[in-house]
Design a protein around this ligand. Structure first.
Ligand code: NAD
Length: 468
């Protein structure tokens, strides 16, 4: 006898567990299947524990600059095991929080590995239980929220060995912090770990195949980030195509080609952060004939796959691979399943990198806006002209706005600086509400705050900047 549900969600990351909560709120009898820990990569091996590590790194680095604030303390040191322990404790706390939320919303958690079998009105979910045995769940709808994992390129040695070559997972829990580190890839993962280990004093070199670091960001922000990170002692090789990663007697060696020349660098450890691949294997998707394109499940704007009753959300459906995108899609998908008309609101998705300084953006870069043929108006404001930033000693960075001059619509915003990941939401909200340039300029920003740089960057686009 199979257990019957309205909805079965496979995967409990920020896509799956949020979808399940929304389903619970809407009165759907819901089960969620998880093979590891509740909260998925984000809570257990991604967003959250890395923020705990980065905080330790930031505090430690700041201790090295106490003199800038008229302060002094004797010496500084860290206990790496305790830094890691704190990060794991934070992850555990959040995962337990998800368990509580599941209970509160009357969602049944099934611990095990799910596999789909053809059935109507939706595929059947057969779960190999962690506790042993199997359980079959039937439902009117099934949502796949199985996430993604670190991409590896074994042909050139870009694959974790758990010892000297790490993906984000191993990089979060090593026994000791390396003295020297090579990071392959300068996306959010590469840059965040580079920033963390540099803060603890490691010699860190980042290799990026494309011509600039953080290549998805606006070019000016990439350039400002490059400069700011170099000031902190990080080293970069851009346009560097890695051709081989091998182990040496004590560490690793990476060979790469840049400017037509082959070079080799050695370090104690290496982190591979060259993107991620969707978790589409072992689910029985091939047998069902689910359409997959380059490792990601193909869905429509409601999250529906080509198989009746089967939906997919989050990382497994492709970029941007971000937790908040997964949650947004999860809610929209469940509301569609529950019969809400027009559930899907296409909202701009902000992106954040929690390095020192931080990087955050939403919408189109200046180059993308130009490519679209928009009559682009750009505004800029540096934090070195912002009172709060000067008082806080956080003058590095800038805010850049991109407007469509023809309509006055804000089409993109890009920031680098102290707490910009907390500030980008202001621009995301303005874009979601389709604010005009007049409305943004007429908004009152509190003084003194770093957010005033956002106001000034909007004013600057229309020749009205005040404090520069
Ligand atoms: P990414 O795709 O963002 O960056 C990978 C980088 O590696 C790219 O710049 C690419 O050009 C480079 N690269 C690829 N192959 C290479 C090679 N052989 N040699 C040198 N460089 C090479 O991927 P990521 O940083 O691994 O992150 C994966 C996903 O997770 C991203 O979509 C990211 O947005 C998301 N993520 C987000 C956050 C955050 O929001 N703070 C944090 C971590 C991860």
């Amino acid at each position: 006898m199979a257990d019957a549900f309205d909805l079965v969600v496979i995967g409990s990351g920020p896509g799956g567990y949020v979808a399940a909560i929304r389903a619970g709120q809407l009165g759907l009898k819901t089960a969620i299947v998880e093979r590891e820990a509740l909260g998925g990569v984000c809570l257990n091996w991604g967003c959250i524990p890395t923020k705990a590590l980065l905080k330790s790194g930031e505090v430690y680095e700041q201790l090295g600059h106490l003199g800038d604030y008229g302060l002094a303390a004797e010496g500084r040191s860290y206990d790496f095991a305790k830094v890691v322990e704190r990060s794991r404790k934070v992850a555990k706390q959040l995962s337990a929080g998800v368990a509580f939320l599941m209970k509160k919303n009357k969602i049944e958690v099934v611990d095990g590995t799910a596999r789909l079998q053809a059935a109507t009105p939706a595929p059947r979910v057969v779960v190999e239980l962690k506790a042993g045995g199997a359980r079959t769940l039937t439902a009117r709808s099934v949502i796949l929220a199985t996430g993604a994992r670190a991409r590896v390129i074994p042909a050139v040695g870009l694959a974790a060995d758990g010892d000297r070559v790490w993906t984000y997972r191993e990089a979060m829990v090593p026994r000791a912090a390396p003295q020297s580190l090579l990071v392959v890839g300068s996306g959010a993962i590469g840059i965040e770990f580079a920033s963390f280990y540099r803060a603890l004093g490691a010699e860190v070199t980042v290799l990026e195949a494309l011509p600039r670091i953080l290549p998805v960001e606006d070019e000016e922000i990439s350039a400002a980030a490059h400069k700011a990170f170099e000031k902190r002692g990080l080293k970069f090789h851009v346009g560097a195509k890695v051709t081989g990663l091998t182990k040496t007697r004590t560490g690793v060696a990476i060979t790469f080609e840049a400017d037509g020349k082959a070079e080799t660098l050695e370090a104690e450890r290496a982190i591979v952060a060259v993107g991620i691949d969707g978790n589409v294997e072992g689910l029985g998707l091939e047998d069902l004939g689910v359409k997959i394109d380059r490792g990601h499940v193909v869905v429509d704007s409601d999250g529906a796959t080509n198989v009746a009753g089967l939906y997919a959300i989050g990382d497994v459906v492709g970029p941007p691979w971000l937790a908040h995108k997964a949650s947004h899609e999860g809610v929209a998908c469940v509301e569609h399943i529950a019969g809400f008309a027009g559930a899907h609101i296409a909202a701009p998705i902000p992106g954040c990198t929690y390095s020192t300084p931080q990087v955050a953006s939403v919408g189109l870069t200046e180059a993308q806006a130009k490519e679209k043929g928009l009559q682009v108006k750009v505004g800029r404001f540096p934090f070195r002209a912002n009172g709060k930033a000067i008082a806080a000693g956080e003058t590095e960075g800038l805010v850049k706005t991109v407007f469509d001059g023809a309509t006055g619509a804000l089409v993109g915003a890009h920031m680098i600086g102290g707490e910009v990941t907390e500030m980008i939401q202001g621009f995301a909200l303005a874009m979601t509400l389709e604010a005009t340039e007049q409305e943004i300029m007429a908004t009152v920003f509190p003084h003194p705050t770093m957010s005033e740089a956002m106001h000034e960057a909007a004013l600057d686009a229309f020749g009205r900047v005040l404090h520069i």
